[in-house]
Design a protein around this ligand. Structure first.
Ligand code: PLP
Length: 400
């Protein structure tokens, strides 16, 4: 007889990946090959290769039986290096947040200042004063932001960087819609002696697909991020740099300071996802962008307003619901989310809608129209579960 846990896992899988239309921008679904890697024997194994800081008493590894594990990691790193254009890549960070911790540890010292987009403007909470900065005894200063364009206010931000002289500037947001113009920020970082990083947690799938922007090509010293939001890999983190000094510090801080076991089944899964993105990434990323714009337009026709319609809604995998219009319609983001969940349409409670997963399933313009209509009906109080389930069942991962 299955255990209670087995029953819960099965019920979750059957509901969330079998029947729901998932519009959460922080999530994605995995290909069958990635799932196979996650449940493989690698889930129970160790490997710890020697490097400049880990000598293993002269042996090349602390463990035996590692030859396939090590080859998987090397191939994954090589593929990621070709996708993100950085000479040095690590798949070891266990999540995007852990990659951010390692980035800060590799670049900042006690008392330094870090500048990033504040959470009030959609920046990642983790860079806020009381989180990563307090952990490392750093000061946080906000990077000036233009709410009208939902983008960094490049010239004002460049001036602020020259004045504040932070040790680290981090671009990227949890509520990211548009690429940044990095030239002014890069020049200001050069003048201020600051390291420029790009947190691509949300847009990594678009970057890997050659869309959105190329952070390293446009001047970032470091790219960090999650491997499971717009990038369709297992939950994990990525660290990329072209800078030998930063790489050395990263390596010093990784094993036994932040990570011991890096979860090799996860690394196999993410390496497989890199191979899939190498082949299918451009098409997937283009579809995400066109689906975001179409969904915004079709929702408008249903009377559900997203912000920034006048500038095309979004170039990313996200749309932002218009809070004022929601309030006028009697919703909070939370109550809107619960209402939709009643019809098996899953959105978060922060006012974001995401198109990664539906795009990964192969849905396009026609389905965005159907989804907008289902969202409209569900918001109006009708139970459209049967229609949502039917639409979901018509699609499956169309490549492995
Ligand atoms: C911009 C940004 N950076 C980092 C993170 C942390 O990522 P993870 O959940 O993979 O630890 C998030 C999470 O949402 C994020 O939005």
């Amino acid at each position: 007889m299955p255990s209670k846990i087995e029953e819960l896992v099965r019920a979750h899988d059957e509901w969330r990946s079998g029947r729901c239309i998932n519009l959460q921008p922080s999530e994605n679904i995995l290909s069958p090959a990635v799932r196979r890697a996650l449940s493989s024997d690698m889930a129970g194994r160790y490997t710890l290769r020697s490097n400049e800081f880990i000598t293993n008493d002269g042996a090349s590894n602390s463990y035996g039986g590692t030859r396939y594990l090590d080859e998987v990691e090397s191939l994954g790193e090589e593929t990621a290096s070709s996708l993100f254009h950085g000479a040095h890549v690590s798949l070891k960070p266990l999540s995007g947040h852990v990659a951010s911790l390692l980035m800060v540890a590799a670049t900042c010292r006690k008392g330094d200042t870090i500048m990033s987009i504040p959470s009030t403007e959609g920046g990642y909470d983790g860079y806020g004063q009381q989180y990563i900065p307090d952990l490392f005894s750093l000061k946080f200063r906000p990077l000036p932001f233009d709410r009208e364009r939902w983008n960094v206010d490049e010239n004002v931000a460049a001036e602020a960087i020259r004045e504040v002289k932070p040790r680290l500037v981090v671009l990227g947001q949890s509520f990211i819609l548009f690429p940044y113009r990095m030239k002014e920020i890069r020049e200001a970082c050069d003048d201020a002696g600051a390291v420029l990083a790009y947190d691509a947690s949300h847009v990594m799938g678009l970057v890997a697909g050659g869309r959105f922007q190329d952070p390293v090509g446009e001047g970032a010293d470091i790219v960090v991020g999650s491997t499971h939001k717009s990038f369709p890999g297992p939950q994990g983190g990525l660290f990329v740099t072209g800078d030998d000094g930063i790489w050395r510090e990263f390596t010093r801080n990784t094993t036994w300071r932040v990570i011991d076991n890096a979860h090799w089944n996860r690394i196999a899964g993410v390496a497989q996802a890199f191979l899939e993105m190498k082949r299918h990434g451009p098409r997937y990323a283009a579809r995400i962008q066109s689906n975001s714009a179409s969904l915004g337009r079709y929702l408008h026709q249903e009377g559900i307003e997203c912000k920034f319609g006048r500038i095309g809604y979004s170039k990313s995998h996200q749309l932002h619901l218009d809070g004022a219009a929601m309030t006028a319609a009697g919703f909070t983001f939370g109550s809107f989310s619960s209402k939709l969940q009643g019809s098996d349409i899953i959105v978060d409670t922060t006012g974001r809608l995401g198109t990664s997963e539906v795009s990964r399933l192969g849905m396009g313009e026609k389905e965005m129209k159907s989804i907008a209509s289902l969202v409209g009906e569900a918001a109006a109080g009708r139970d459209v579960r049967a229609k949502a389930n039917k639409l979901r069942r018509e699609f499956d991962i169309h490549y492995t």
